[in-house]
Design a protein around this ligand. Structure first.
Ligand SMILES: Cc1cc2nc3c(=O)[nH]c(=O)nc-3n(C[C@H](O)[C@H](O)[C@H](O)COP(=O)(O)OP(=O)(O)OC[C@H]3O[C@@H](n4cnc5c(N)ncnc54)[C@H](O)[C@@H]3O)c2cc1C
Length: 510
């Protein structure tokens, strides 16, 4: 059976990345169909404790710029309560507030110095915690509210592309679209059927996240412990994570049984622990692979479909949402015919490097976690460095995603970075101006040439002439729909030709 509609875009996968991308595309009024393999989004693994996700500064900014942050934050308060009860007395006893970790080595907020990070205004975004369950429910409600068609139990099985469309087979039906985006997770069918090259490094371990009951929970010390055979992190009464350096051999080869969990726990902890019940279990590895290109004709990849790595340090979701924020407006402009011919390729060019850095970040953590004397010695050195102000600030900048900068034509140090959240004299913030998904030209000095230029971009660009409470010394700035600064000036009068050149990404102006 064939759906007679031709959609602008079909997205495979209604995970957080697919849903967020769908919302981005609907901002530009594209027709979007999301095909999801699972029959519903519900899964106990998406709730606490295993569904907890750290959202980086870049993600918080993206959610804020699309008006989604209040909903995520409202639910965060529930999560905070649940997390406190999940981590029990140990969490409450911790006098210093942790800011994140590297291979389990924590840094603390009281040591992080963000004052040296460039272009940060007071009240800048900070990272937060939420759960997959909450994030997906907020995003799916938003997507549906915007008119996205989401079909569950409809896994993409194969597809074919021609020069002007993609024909997708899913659950016995055929769908047609001008573009297909694979947001279908680490084992992406779109990536495999689309013959995307996927390269990287094989795993060293199998990781376990399990919810158990123990005959004697007091036998296991709470917290994270490195041993001669691996690592375990126990949160009483029964939440346990383990890393077993088995070369990743167990992962997805056999079911995770109570007996197996007990065997691995005894081996890693050296304790004669007895597991009396196994309530929930999942495994993962440190396999680190990335698609060498994120586009093949009319087919694109985003999120885990484009890159996989261990969940250490919690970066995959942030990376994927960053992909969606970068891709959405570019694909929309391409569909609408307003994009320069190479705009869509800048998606892969810009997003591949941060993906590759995250893979290396996770590999570096694995090197510190190996059960070897040299890794323990190295971990001790990192532990000393992370306690210093510079050390903690460095790790925070990386873990919180504050170091992101795209390699754009640079004539100002702000170009390629996330725009500061300028507050205009009437109290409007840049974040509010970006909520419609349009680019913004901020003209702090009411420059006539910029006003004239903006008229030529029509309704695709929001031109705002206003002073700001703190302009950080700028006279004007051009902000892309994804909140990245494309051009900035500190001089007066603003050189019109520079502003014009900077709009290449936005629209071909002859
Ligand atoms: C234990 C753990 C902790 C983590 N902690 C963090 C963290 O703190 N911070 C962070 O940033 N990241 C974290 N991550 C990683 C993060 O969860 C993933 O990177 C993120 O979920 C990727 O989102 P996605 O939408 O790309 O893929 P997914 O969430 O995997 O969603 C893909 C969707 O596609 C569907 N699908 C699959 N195949 C098909 C098909 N053929 N057709 C249609 N649909 C299909 C799936 O059912 C699924 O709904 C963690 C991961 C784990 C395992």
């Amino acid at each position: 059976m064939c759906d007679s509609l031709i959609y602008d875009v079909v997205i495979a996968g209604a995970g957080p990345v697919g849903l967020f991308l769908a919302c981005e595309l609907r901002l530009a009024n594209l027709s979007v169909l999301v095909l999801e393999q699972a029959s519903s989004l519900d899964s106990p693994l998406k709730a606490l404790p295993f569904g907890m996700r750290g959202l980086s500064i870049a993600t918080v900014e993206a959610l804020y710029r699309r008006g989604l942050l209040p909903e995520i934050e409202a639910r965060r308060r529930d999560s905070d309560q649940l997390q406190r009860s999940a981590s029990g007395a140990r969490g409450a006893q911790q006098a210093r507030r942790p800011g994140g970790h590297f291979a389990g080595i924590q840094f603390f907020l009281d040591t992080v110095d963000t004052s040296t990070w460039p272009f940060r205004l007071p009240g800048s975004a900070s990272p937060l915690m939420s759960t997959m369950e909450h994030i997906e429910s907020v995003l799916s409600a938003r997507a549906r509210g915007m008119g996205v068609d989401i079909r569950y139990g409809c896994g993409v099985e194969s597809f074919e592309q021609s020069s002007d469309e993609v024909t997708v087979q899913a659950a016995g039906k055929t769908y047609r679209a001008h573009w297909l985006v694979g947001c279908d997770g680490g084992r992406s069918t779109v990536r495999k059927v689309g013959n995307f090259e996927f390269s990287g490094t094989e795993p060293e371990f199998t990781g376990y996240s399990v919810e158990i009951e123990l005959a004697d929970p007091d036998q296991l010390a709470a917290g994270r412990h490195y041993t001669e055979t691996g690592m375990y992190n126990f949160q009483p009464p029964g939440t346990l994570a383990m890393v077993d350096f088995d070369g990743g051999g167990f992962h997805r080869t056999r079911p995770v049984t109570l007996v197996h969990v007990q065997t691995v726990l005894r081996r890693i902890s050296g304790m004669d622990a007895t597991v009396t019940a196994l309530h929930l279990a999942t495994t993962w590895t440190d396999r680190a692979y990335q698609a060498t290109t994120y586009r093949n004709g009319r087919v694109l990849l985003a999120g885990d479909a484009a890159h996989i790595h261990s969940p250490l340090g919690g970066q995959g979701l942030n990376l994927g949402l960053g992909d969606a924020m970068n891709l959405g407006w570019k694909l929309a402009a391409t569909v609408r015919g307003t994009a320069p011919h190479d705009l869509l390729d800048s998606y892969g060019a810009e997003r591949h490097p941060p993906g590759s850095q995250v893979l290396d970040w996770s590999r570096a953590q694995v090197a510190l976690m190996r059960p070897s004397p040299s890794s323990r010695a190295l971990a001790a050195i990192i532990g000393d460095l992370i306690e210093t102000r510079d050390g903690a600030s460095y790790f925070a900048k990386r873990v919180w995603g504050a170091s992101l900068r795209y390699d754009l034509d640079r004539d100002h140090d702000l170009v390629g970075r996330s725009a500061p959240d300028f507050e205009l004299t009437d109290g409007t913030k840049l974040g509010d101006l970006l909520s419609a998904g349009r680019g913004v030209l901020l003209d702090f000095h009411h420059e006539a040439p910029l006003r004239k230029l903006a008229r030529r971009w029509g309704d695709q660009l929001l031109y705002v002439a206003s002073d700001a409470k703190d302009t950080l010394g700028l006279t004007a700035a051009l902000i892309r729909p994804d909140g990245i600064v494309a051009w900035a000036s500190e001089v007066l009068p603003v050189p019109e030709d520079c502003a014009m050149a900077a709009t290449r990404w936005f629209r071909q102006i002859e």
